[in-house]
Write a protein that binds this ligand. Structure first.
Ligand SMILES: Cc1ncc(COP(=O)(O)O)c(C=O)c1O
Length: 311
C-alpha cells in the first residue's frame, strides 16, 4: 500500500504525510490503545464519482468499539464522517482507495492503562490510506493454513472490538502462515471451532449451503460478512447457516472464501495443502464476488443508499 504518498487527516486538519505524527508519549504508540475502521471507496467511472462504501455502518461500529473501550471522546459521528470525505476530497482520488479511520488514546500522563476519562487523557483521530489492489488473490484465491495460535476470546481481548492491539494476535498467526509458505491463516477459537482469517470473515459451501461461524465465535462483527449473508439470502433464496464450523469441515468443503472490506470476496483454494473442492474458486464464490462488486460500484440500485459520494 502506498499510503505514505497521500495527505492525512489528523484531528480535523488535512496535513502532508510528513507532518502526520503522533507523540511517543501516547498510549496508542506504546500500547496500541486505539480503535479503528478499514473502509473502501469505489470509483464509479461512468458517473465520475468516488463513493464511500457503507460509511455509516463503519462509523457505527467504530462507536461500538469506543463504547466497549469506554472512550468518551470529543468526536461525533458526523465530525468523523465529514473527516473521511474531507480526506478523500483533499487527495483528489480518481480510483478505488482503502483508508483507516483511527481514534486513539493520547498522552495520559502517569495514568498508564488506568487513564480513560476525558480529564485524564486526550483522544485523537487520524485518517490515512491510498489505493489497495489485490487482483491476483481475487482471481486465483489464497492458500491458507489453520494457525497453531488461537483467536483472542471475548473474556480476554474481545475480537468484536476493532482495536489496534487485537491485531498482535492476527500478526502471530499471519507470520506463522507466511513462514510456512502460506498466504494467510485461519484461526480457531478457544473451543477449537473456526473463528476467522487474519483480516476477514470466513464462509464455506457444503452441498450448496453457505455456512459461516456466528458472531459469538470470537470474530469481528464484519460489515462485509453481514452484507454477503444478505446477498446470498436474497439472490439464492436460501438462509445462510450461522453455526460453529469444525476444522475438518474445511477439508471437505466444496468452496471456501474470506470476506471483508480489504479482502472483498476472496476465494480460498486450499487449507493445510488440502485442495478446497476442485482447487479452483467455485461458482457461489464467483457469484458473490460479482454481486458485491456490482453493489459497491453503484450498479445494483438496491444498494445505492450504501454509497456516500465524495465529490
Ligand atoms: C479480524 C477481521 N475480521 C473481519 C474483518 C472484516 O470486517 P469488515 O467486513 O467489516 O471489513 C476484518 C477487517 O476489517 C478484520 O480485521
Amino acid at each position: 500500500m502506498s499510503e505514505k504518498k497521500y495527505k492525512v487527516w489528523l484531528n480535523g486538519k488535512v496535513v502532508r504525510p510528513e507532518e502526520a505524527s503522533v507523540s511517543v508519549f501516547t498510549q496508542t504508540a506504546m500500547r496500541g490503545a486505539n480503535v479503528y475502521e478499514g473502509i473502501r471507496c469505489y470509483w464509479d467511472a461512468d458517473a465520475r464519482q468516488l463513493n464511500v462504501w457503507k460509511l455509516d455502518q463503519h462509523i457505527d461500529r467504530l462507536f461500538q468499539s469506543m463504547k466497549i473501550m469506554r472512550m468518551e471522546t470529543q468526536f461525533t459521528k458526523d465530525s468523523l464522517k465529514q473527516g473521511a470525505l474531507d480526506w478523500a476530497r483533499a487527495n483528489e482520488f480518481r480510483e478505488d482507495v482503502h483508508f483507516r479511520l483511527v481514534v486513539y488514546l493520547g498522552d495520559g500522563g502517569s495514568g498508564g492503562v488506568r487513564a480513560f476519562k476525558a480529564d485524564e487523557i486526550d483522544f485523537g483521530a487520524v485518517i490515512f490510506g491510498g489505493p489497495r489492489r489485490h487482483q491476483h488473490a481475487l482471481d486465483h484465491g489464497l492458500h491458507v493454513a489453520v494457525s497453531s495460535w488461537r483467536r483472542i476470546s471475548d473474556d480476554v481481548m474481545p475480537a468484536r472490538v476493532k482495536a489496534g492491539a487485537n491485531y498482535q494476535n492476527n500478526r502471530l498467526a499471519a507470520m506463522e502462515a507466511r513462514t510456512n509458505g502460506y498466504d494467510d491463516a485461519l484461526i480457531l477459537n478457544r473451543d477449537g471451532s473456526l473463528a476467522e482469517a487474519t483480516g476477514a470473515a470466513v464462509m464455506m459451501v457444503r452441498e450448496g449451503q453457505l455456512i459461516t461461524p456466528p458472531v459469538t465465535a470470537g470474530i469481528l462483527e464484519s460489515i462485509t460478512r453481514k452484507f454477503v449473508i444478505g446477498l446470498y439470502e436474497k439472490y439464492h433464496n436460501m438462509r445462510v447457516e450461522q453455526r460453529n464450523v469444525d476444522r475438518t469441515e474445511l477439508y471437505i468443503a466444496d468452496e471456501i472464501f474470506c470476506c471483508g472490506t480489504a479482502e472483498e470476496v476472496t476465494p480460498i483454494v486450499s487449507v493445510d495443502r488440502i485442495a478446497v473442492g476442485s482447487g479452483k474458486p467455485g461458482p457461489i464464490t464467483r457469484r458473490l464476488q460479482e454481486l458485491l462488486e456490482a453493489a459497491a460500484r453503484g450498479k445494483d440500485p438496491a444498494y445505492r443508499k450504501e454509497l456516500t459520494p465524495v465529490y
